[in-house]
Design a protein. Structure first.
Lengths: 113, 714
């Protein structure tokens, strides 16, 4: 299963990546909107873990909106700031600081949904 | 018939219906007066032509007798050189178409009817009995021949003097009579004759205590048989009370009533007993009970302050019968030493001859009014000075019910006359919310509401960016109106600025929370990484974690102390960081040598990866670089940070053992370098090795968006 991790804190990005790879996922990483969209366009990404505050002129929510126009891919937001999120629209949120085990668990929930 | 009449008979013939009387017979008595005439020349002529001096006196009597057919009696007293000689009694009557005048001369009849009074009132006891002990009558008799007076006991009471043995020789009254009344008295005295022995007149006396009394006098003269004046009896009556006419009394009562109500007022007046004295309120005004029953006319004058003394004298001098009253303000020093402002009304009352009869002084204490006026003036001044500072115009109703506005009110409605003159119409036209203003204002004018309070947005010179905001308030209270107009543009601007700052701060606090949570997640991830890497070396994990927590806690600490809550000064940070390292490692054998530009301030987002990188370098140097057993060698870690061409250049060196030969920092699979390379990438930076005694790295990274934004702010 292909997962895209969009996170501008590269230590966190590295942690998530290793954790997911250890659990058998194929992981793509990006720290900005443009790279994230490119990865989505060029790969069959099945789930996205998206930080809200990322590098570049578009934040995680805007990037997600753009990605949704390309592909309807489930998105899990990982953020320390969920104020900006529309809870009606986005159900899957992992609040920082999180336990790395939550990532895998939430991905499984998304996949089963 | 005529021949049978004696010589004292005159016979006249009325002509022209009584307009004239022709002499038909002249009596001897008349002949004595008309010796210059021949009797033959008199008969047949008009009576008035022969006796012109009598014409005016006698013709009315003749007509009365002729036309009314009455008997008229005429008595004539005859004096010679001022001395009475005789009395002529005439009877005038009309009979048989002739007017008859029968005259008789009787020199002895003059004083006979007064003989009984000759020895009356010889002593004062009789005088008192006659006058009446309990009445207001006083009696004096004067014996002309002996030149002696008899004074009744009550006379002494009237004059308020003690009886003296020699009083019978003195006119004890004379000295008490007001000099200006003496001429009038003498005139009346001259009217006394044996046939008009009684005269009445009024005069005034000043008693021993200084009171003025009005005296009514009935003088009665007694003559002897030869018409020599023997005695004069004087009946005096004190009419002082009666002298105050009823109208003046009413005015006085009314004034006194008002005076009782106004403690600030006092009145100097002549009371019902003829005494002058002050109303008791003068004691309040002069602030001393000493004056409660004062009769001293001059107590005000005595307390006038030096600066007003001349003024006071000039006003008093100006009084005359042509100018009987004057009203003026003066200041006095009260008994307690307070300055009092008084309004004085002086009024003199004069008789028809211009003689001063009485006077009044009306005092009104206007100290409070003057002070209020002073306060009011200072209040207004204060208004005008305060309102210009606060840009607040005051509208208020003055004591007379007129609406007044302060200078600043006029300036605002003007609006700010220096900027734009135009008055109210221009003012209204420039109001952006004009309809709202007019609706509220007119509602207030129509008294539909007693209070309006709203904001006026006023556009200057039709420029959209030149808008002032006025707060407008009007309140009607018990019919009076007060209010203000205030330029609150600056206040509103400051409010907006504060609101903006407040929002900014709220956002910053949220941002701080996010950063803390984010950095906790970074620490969490580092722990996860190390857990995987050093699975069997928990001590190593704990040690590294301690250092990272310390480094990141310091970031937050310095961020909170920064002016904008989002920047960290690098020099300050590493000075404290180095101290913390000493504390953590308990090692003072390492020298931290920093060369950091003191003006470098980085956003927390940039500082965090940079600090973590340096923290990794430092940890490695402390752990692996130095040979702590070599006491000769000084272990040095140096950091140099500069900004050049929008790039940050960080150089890190130590004088330790250095990296192993051929070690590739970019392709190392060790966790430390994995972390460092990730963080360098996060900074979009480049890491290279540089010349050094031990290890040497140069990290170059571009100033990020946050730093450039910070520079713009600066």
């Amino acid at each position: 299963m292909k997962i895209l991790v969009v996170e501008d804190e590269l230590i966190i990005q590295l942690d998530i990546r290793i954790e997911l790879e250890d659990n058998g996922f194929e992981v793509f990483t990006a720290d900005n909107s443009t790279d994230a969209i490119d990865i989505v366009k060029n790969n069959d990404v099945e789930c996205i873990i998206m930080d809200i505050n990322i590098k570049g002129d578009k934040n995680g929510i805007e990037t997600t909106e753009m990605i949704k126009e390309i592909k309807d891919i489930p998105v899990i937001f990982s953020t320390a700031n969920d104020d900006l999120l529309d809870r009606e629209k986005y159900h899957y949120i992992i609040k920082k600081p999180f336990n790395i085990r939550e990532i895998k668990k939430t991905i499984e929930e998304v996949m089963n949904d | 018939m005529v021949s049978s009449l004696n010589d004292s008979v005159d016979v006249l013939e009325p002509v022209d219906g009584g307009e004239e009387f022709i002499i038909k017979h002249i009596g001897r008595l008349n002949m004595n007066f008309t010796q210059a005439y021949n009797t033959q020349e008199i008969v047949g002529r008009y009576y008035g032509a022969i006796f012109p001096l009598f014409k005016d006196t006698l013709y009315p009597l003749f007509r009365m007798a002729y036309l009314e057919n009455e008997v008229v009696t005429l008595i004539i007293n005859v004096y010679h050189h001022g001395r009475f000689k005789a009395t002529i009694t005439s009877k005038i009557f009309y009979e048989n178409e002739e007017l008859m005048i029968l005259s008789d001369v009787d020199q002895k009849s003059v004083s006979s009817e007064f003989e009984d009074y000759q020895y009356l009132f010889d002593d004062t006891a009789e005088l008192d009995q006659y006058a009446g002990i309990n009445s207001n009558n006083y009696l004096v008799s004067y014996n002309v021949e002996e030149q002696e007076y008899s004074w009744s006991k009550k006379m002494y009471d009237l004059l308020e003097i003690e009886e003296s043995p020699g009083d019978y020789k003195d006119n004890i009254l004379r000295d008490f009579i007001l000099p200006e009344d003496l001429a009038h008295m003498r005139k009346k005295y001259k009217e006394i004759t044996p046939y008009t022995p009684e005269v009445e007149y009024n005069f005034r006396i000043r008693t021993s205590s200084g009171d003025i009394k009005y005296i009514n006098c009935n003088a009665f003269a007694v003559y002897d048989k030869n018409n020599y004046l023997q005695k004069i009896f004087y009946f005096f009556k004190d009419i002082t009370v009666d002298n105050i006419d009823s109208q003046n009394l009413e005015v006085l009562k009314r004034n006194l009533h008002i005076l009782q109500k106004l403690s600030q007022s006092a009145f100097y007046y002549k009371n019902a007993l003829g005494h002058y004295n002050w109303t008791s309120n003068i004691a309040n005004i002069l602030e001393s009970e000493d004056y409660e029953s004062s009769n001293d006319k001059h107590i005000i004058e005595q307390r006038v302050i030096d600066e007003d003394k001349e003024l006071f004298k000039n006003f008093v001098k100006s009084l005359s019968s042509d100018n009987p009253s004057v009203n003026f303000k003066i200041r006095i020093l009260s008994k307690k030493g307070n300055i009092k402002h008084l309004n004085l009304f002086l009024r003199n009352n004069y008789d028809e001859y211009g003689n001063l009869m009485s006077y009044n002084i009306f005092v009104y204490d206007i100290t409070d009014l003057e002070n209020i006026q002073g306060d009011k003036n200072s209040l207004l001044n204060a208004f005008n000075s305060i309102d210009s500072n606060l840009k607040t115009g005051i509208i208020y109703e003055d004591a007379k019910g007129n609406l007044k506005v302060s200078n600043m009110f006029r300036d605002i409605i003007g609006v700010y006359r220096n900027w734009q003159l135009g008055g109210r119409e221009q003012f209204i036209n420039n109001i952006i919310n004009k309809h709202h203003y007019l609706r509220r204002y007119n509602s207030f004018l129509r008294k539909e509401t007693d209070e309006i309070h709203f904001l006026i947005y006023y556009k200057f010179n039709n420029y959209d960016d030149d808008i002032r905001i006025f707060e407008y308030f009007l309140k009607r209270n018990n019919g009076s109106v007060s209010g203000y107009i205030r330029d609150i543009t600056d206040v509103k601007d400051k409010e907006m600025e504060l609101k903006k700052l407040n929002n900014q701060k709220s956002m910053l606090i949220k941002e701080i929370h996010h950063r803390v949570k984010n950095n906790l997640q970074v620490l969490n991830s580092l722990l996860n990484l190390e857990e995987r890497f050093y699975r069997n070396k928990p001590d190593k994990i704990i040690d590294a974690t301690k250092k990272r927590i310390s480094a990141m806690a310091l970031i937050h600490e310095l961020t909170y102390n920064s002016h904008n809550l989002e920047t960290v000064n690098l020099k300050k940070y590493f000075d404290v960081y180095d101290e913390n390292m000493y504390t953590i490692f308990h090692d003072d054998e390492i020298v931290m040598d920093n060369d950091i530009d003191k003006d470098i301030n980085f956003h927390i987002r940039t500082v965090t990866p940079l600090v973590l990188i340096i923290n990794e370098f430092t940890s490695n140097s402390i752990k692996y670089a130095f040979n702590y057993e070599d006491e000769e060698k000084e272990n040095v870690i140096s950091k140099k940070i500069r900004i050049k061409d929008d790039e940050c250049i960080v150089e890190y060196r130590d004088n330790g053992v250095g990296l192993p030969e051929g070690y590739d920092i970019h392709n190392s699979d060790g966790l430390g370098w994995t972390i460092i390379n990730s963080l360098v990438r996060q900074l979009n930076g480049e890491l290279e090795e540089i010349e050094s005694e031990g290890i040497g790295f140069r990290l170059t990274f571009p100033m990020g968006y946050d730093e450039l934004k910070l520079e713009e702010k600066v």
